[in-house]
Structures are given as structure tokens and as C-alpha cells.
Write a protein that binds this ligand. Structure first.
Ligand code: G6P
Length: 613
């Protein structure tokens, strides 16, 4: 969601900004723009649509001359995607240019105040209000930095801002609250960006800004300030991963690459945390004395991460005998959850920046619960806010539709459940040992799911069903949770209406939607519940549905008795089976989307990192 890049140095800024924006495309956007100091004048170019439109408009950036600039990819919130609503936004008198990620909640009130003082507005955005507010303070006699600081102190909501001032042609100011912004140290140049890939070509030494931090940078120096304008020191962190990790590396799409990275990502997440026959979570502090009094766990997240939470309920309740409640972050933050120091709130987020999830985390802390975040992005707001953090070592995930982050979140769920179980002694030793053995073997089994034979089979079924208008995913127990993710994937990237239902629930309504040719994907990996799910399959077949099954190799013969089309996956511990079936569902959605001609990595209307409410 909205990407920001800023550059000040000795090279032409526009091509660097465009390149940086191309690395942020994964965040989701619908227009793009840049502003460059061109012979002392703030020149803006912006275009609705893909970044390529802006690249064409500016001849790859060559049409704009100057070594200082800011760039932006916009995901529309206030006002439709259009050239006018695209960023950067200029203030009315043309002294200030702003790029913004976030939402200014009190923008209407500020807009009225500014209009009463003669400011004219040209777009429908909240961002234009910030540009004008800064200009207002600047015209009142504040210097550039103080004008920005004063303006943000009046703003309610979330923001990461990159700001230029006509009278400071060597300077960029960056400031943030509740939306991500990093600073990058270059050689004879400096950067700001929403995320590391945008600037990794130029620097590995970055500072993750905290809420309230403001920076003033030119090509040779940077100064950091807190929200009161006091000078502060910030330590750079070194980024160790390679840019290739954020590039396609020969795959047609990031999503396909990330599907194939899952064995490694899951291995990296699990293996270092199993030592001498125990789960060792060195990174967190959940003392036995705390766990013994644990009465309830809430798992709070959005989107796919929430679906990991639903899996978590089955897994943790089974292994630890502690009640677990998965809750959507957007609901949790405004509900009245009963929390105290006997409640653990587990927050799951790939980006660590999702606005609702971050707000839910703060609410949980405010109400006195202990919080543990499962996060992929190091240094993100959620990672910094939670009492404890367990990182998923998925590496950068670029495709909007999550795959490897989901799988690593699921892996952390297994680790966390085993960790709590070992402290609470809820498992016999033999069962515990077997669970660890199976967990260590899981990455190799995921490898088998993405073997060419299985992929070809999935491609074949995608070619059979890609024209369907409605798809139902059914399953029982953990399979029903995995179906939610399979259904979401298909909606997200293939734009097919799909629903996920607990198989036993189908007859309580949704079965009325089954017609000749409706596709039902039945996931049945639990031998104990297999026959029950097959009964539901027969019910939908009797009403004309086409059924595609997913089950374990051992049940291959059995499933063939009920349906002609089935994909077989290796057998593992029942609780880990979703890690294998979800890979089939992700891959199925990928090929269906591809065959429908969809933009797989950048699905319409979606953003990777949802930093607005
Ligand atoms: C967006 C993404 C989803 C993701 C959700 C939560 O909707 O498209 O893939 O599951 O946000 O994101 P988070 O970064 O908090 O995991």
C-alpha cells in the first residue's frame, strides 16, 4: 500500500526514483508520480495506472533533470485513482511537495481551516491537506523542519511523509507515525523509502524510523529528531539478504518463486529452533511461571495471517489444552475483549505494519495482556511494539498474495504450541518426540508437493476448471481452515467467486448454490474424518458439482472410489498436514489466475501491506 522513495545525491534522481518505485510495486498501487528539483523548480510528473505509464511519460526519468527528488506509488483511499489524485502533491503556492503513505483522519477539519485562510485545493486527497498545512506554517515564518514538525503535530491518523521545499533544494525531510519509513546511508547520497528493496541496490545500512521520528537529509548528512524536535541518535542496521531475494530469479512471477521457496523458508524457520530434542525459542521470554497461569490465548491478525490463527486454534488446543480464540484484528480493536495478565495475545503479521493489527496489539497491551508477535519484517512497527517477537524467516515476500509467509507463520504456530506444551507437560514424551521428528521432516515433504509431477497435475486441473464462476472449498477440522486460505487465494488473484465451508455445514445453506458444473474442491487429509467428508462430496456430486479432491497418498485408493479428479500429497503428522495441502491450493490458484490472464503478482484493488484502517 503506497510506496515512498526519496533520493538526494549526485546522480539524476528520476531514474533512481523510478527504479526504487519498481521495487515497491508489490505493495499494491494504482498510480505513480515523482517530483524532482529541476533547475531550482519543483517539477512533478504523475500518471494513473502502472508504473510503466510514468516511465513512458518521463522517458525513463530522462525528461526530469535534477539530483534531488521524491517518488510515490499510490493506493487510492481518498479520491479515485487519477492523475490529479496521484502523489506528489504540491501546496497551493507551490513551495512544498509531499508524498504520503497512510490516512489523515482529521483532513476535512484541517482542509476547512486552510480554505478559510485562502488555500485552494485541486485533488480529493487527504495528502494535499498536509502539503498545505506545512506551507501554512512555512509562510508563518517557521523554517522547513519546524513547519513539517508543526504540521504533523496537528495531524491525526497515520503517515509516512517525504517532503520537499522550494527554498531548500538540497534537502529532503522524512517523518513517520504508524506507517513505515526507513532511511538509507549511501555514498555521497542518501535515501528514504517505505521498504528495503527500493534502495538495496545502493545501500545495506538502514535506519528503521520509530513513530514520531523526523529526519532531515542532504547528500552528505542526516539528522534525526524526536517528536519534540530534539536531536536524537539512530543506529543503522545492516541488511544481510541479497537483492536477488527480492527479484524473480527466472520465475515468471514472484508468486511462483515464493511458492517454490517454501521448503527453504519453512526449514529456516523451524530447524534452528529445534535443539537437543527440544523447541528452543531463545528470542522470547515466556517463563514457566507465566505459562502455568495462562487461561486463554487470543490470536489476532488480518487476511491470511488470521487464517493461520484459525489453524492455531486446532493446533494449540490439541497440544496444550489451553483455549484459543482467533479474532480478526479489525474487530478485536473495537470489541471488548476480556484481557488480563493470564491472557496471551498472539499477533500475526507478515509486514508488521498492518494498521488494524498494530492497533489491536496496542489495545491488547493497554488492557494488560502479554503480547507475542509473529512477524516477518525485522524492525517493523508490530515487531517493535510487542512484548515478544518470533520472526518467520521467510525472506522478503513480494507477491501481494502471500504464500511463503503463510507457511512460515504456520510453522511458528507448531513451534509455539510445542514450546508451550513442553512447559505445561501436556504431552507424553513419545508423542512430543514424534512431533519434533515430523516437524523436522516437514520441509522435505513440502519439496515433494512442488515436484514437477504434482505441479503438472495441478496445472492440468487448473486448465479444466479455470472458467468456473463459482468454486466451493470444503473440508473438516484443520482442512476446513486450510480451505479458507485456498478460497482467499482464488478470489485474490483469479477474481473467481469462491467460498470455504466446513464440509458438515454445507447442507445448512450453501448447498442450494450447487449447480451442474459448480466446482467443489474437497480437502480430506484426516483419515478419521475422511468418510464423513466423502459423504458431503457425494451430496454435492448428486447435485451436479464437479469435485476435485486433495488427500494423502495412503488414501489415494479410497478417494478414487468417490471422484475421478484428485491430487495426492505426502502423509505427515495430522496437525502439520495443512502445510502440504495449502501448497496445492496456492499453486492451483496461481495457474487458474494465469490461465485467466490475471496480473498474478499485482491483483486489482489489493495491497500487500495494508497501512490504513
Ligand atoms: C493484505 C495482504 C494479505 C495479508 C494481509 C495481512 O490483505 O494482501 O496477503 O494476509 O494483508 O497482512 P500482514 O502483513 O499483517 O500479514
Amino acid at each position: 500500500m503506497c510506496g515512498i522513495v526519496g533520493y538526494v545525491g549526485q546522480e539524476q534522481a528520476a531514474p533512481i526514483l523510478l527504479d526504487g518505485l519498481s521495487k515497491l510495486e508489490y505493495r499494491g498501487y494504482d498510480s505513480a508520480g515523482v517530483c524532482v528539483f529541476d533547475e531550482g523548480v519543483l517539477k512533478v510528473a504523475k500518471a494513473k495506472g502502472r508504473l510503466q505509464a510514468l516511465i513512458d511519460l518521463t522517458d525513463g526519468g530522462k525528461a526530469l533533470h535534477g539530483c534531488v527528488g521524491i517518488g510515490h506509488t499510490r493506493w487510492a483511499t481518498h479520491g479515485a485513482p487519477s492523475d490529479t489524485n496521484s502523489h506528489p502533491h504540491m501546496a497551493d503556492s507551490g513551495k512544498i511537495a509531499v508524498v504520503h503513505n497512510g490516512i489523515i483522519e482529521n483532513y476535512l477539519e484541517l482542509k476547512e481551516l486552510l480554505m478559510a485562510r485562502g488555500k485552494k485545493f485541486h485533488s480529493e486527497t487527504d495528502t494535499e491537506v498536509v502539503a498545505n498545512l506545512i506551507e501554512f506554517y512555512y509562510d508563518m515564518g517557521c523554517d522547513f523542519k519546524d513547519a513539517v514538525q508543526k504540521a504533523v503535530s496537528r495531524v491525526e491518523g497515520s503517515y509516512a511523509l517525504g517532503v520537499l521545499c522550494r527554498d531548500y533544494p538540497d534537502t529532503i525531510i522524512g517523518v513517520k507515525k504508524d506507517s513505515p519509513l526507513i532511511f538509507g546511508y549511501g555514498q555521497g547520497c542518501n535515501f528514504i523509502a517505505s521498504d528495503v528493496p527500493a534502495i538495496l541496490k545502493y545501500t545495506r545500512d538502514v535506519v528503521y524510523l520509530n513513530d514520531g521520528d523526523l529526519l532531515v537529509m542532504d547528500k552528505d548528512s542526516v539528522h534525526f529528531y524526536d517528536q519534540h524536535g530534539e536531536h536524537i541518535q539512530k543506529q543503522p542496521e545492516h541488511v544481510s539478504w541479497e537483492l536477488s531475494a527480492a527479484e524473480k530469479g527466472g520465475y515468471a512471477h514472484f508468486m511462483l518463486k515464493e511458492i517454490h521457496e517454501q521448503p527453504k523458508a519453512v526449514r529456516d524457520t523451524i530447524h534452528p529452533r529445534i535443539k537437543d530434542g527440544r523447541v528452543v525459542l531463545d528470542d522470547i521470554q515466556l517463563p514457566a511461571s507465566y505459562l502455568e497461569h495462562l487461561k486463554r490465548i487470543y490470536i489476532v491478525a488480518c487476511g491470511s495471517a488470521y487464517y493461520v490463527g484459525i489453524h492455531g486454534k486446532y493446533i494449540i488446543e490439541n497440544l496444550c489444552q489451553v483455549p484459543v480464540e482467533p479474532v480478526l484484528a479489525s474487530e478485536f480493536r473495537y470489541a471488548d475483549p476480556v484481557l488480563d495478565d493470564t491472557t496471551l495475545v498472539v499477533i500475526i503479521s507478515q509486514s508488521g505494519e498492518t494498521a488494524d493489527t498494530l492497533a489491536a496489539l496496542r489495545e491488547a497491551k493497554r488492557r494488560g495482556a502479554r503480547t507475542l508477535a509473529i512477524v516477518n519484517v525485522v524492525g517493523s512497527s508490530i515487531a517493535k511494539t510487542a512484548d515478544d517477537v518470533l520472526y518467520t524467516w521467510a525472506g522478503p515476500e513480494i507477491a501481494v498474495a502471500t504464500t511463503k509467509a503463510f507457511s512460515t507463520q504456520l510453522s511458528v504456530m507448531y513451534l509455539l504450541a510445542l514450546y508451550i506444551a513442553q512447559d505445561l507437560r501436556t504431552l507424553p514424551q513419545a508423542r512430543y518426540d514424534q512431533l519434533l521428528t515430523d516437524l523436522l521432516a516437514l520441509p522435505d515433504k513440502i519439496e515433494r508437493v512442488i515436484a514437477p509431477e504434482t505441479i503438472q497435475q495441478i496445472q492440468y486441473y487448473a486448465s479444466q476448471y479455470f472458467n468456473n464462476h463459482d468454486v466451493f472449498f470444503i473440508g473438516r477440522h484443520l482442512d476446513s481452515a486450510t480451505c479458507l486460505e485456498g478460497s482467499l487465494k482464488l478470489k485474490e488473484i483469479a477474481y473467481i467467486h469462491s467460498e470455504a465451508y466446513a464440509a458438515g455445514e454445507l447442507k445448512h445453506g450453501p448447498i442450494s448454490l450447487i449447480e451442474n458444473g459448480t466446482l467443489v474442491v474437497a480437502t480430506a487429509t484426516n483419515p478419521k474424518l475422511f468418510d464423513k467428508t466423502m459423504s458431503n462430496v457425494k451430496e454435492v456430486k448428486a447435485r451436479g458439482a464437479d469435485v476435485l479432491g486433495i488427500t494423502i497418498e495412503d488414501l489415494g485408493g479410497e478417494i478414487a472410489k468417490t471422484m475421478d479428479s484428485a491430487i495426492l500429497i505426502p502423509k505427515t503428522e495430522l496437525l502439520y498436514q495443512p502445510s502440504l495441502s495449502v501448497v496445492v491450493l496456492q499453486t492451483f490458484a496461481y495457474y487458474v489466475a494465469l490461465m485467466r490472464g490475471c496480473d498474478v503478482d499485482k491483483p486489482r484493488n489489493l495491497a500487500k501491506s495494508v497501512t490504513v484502517e
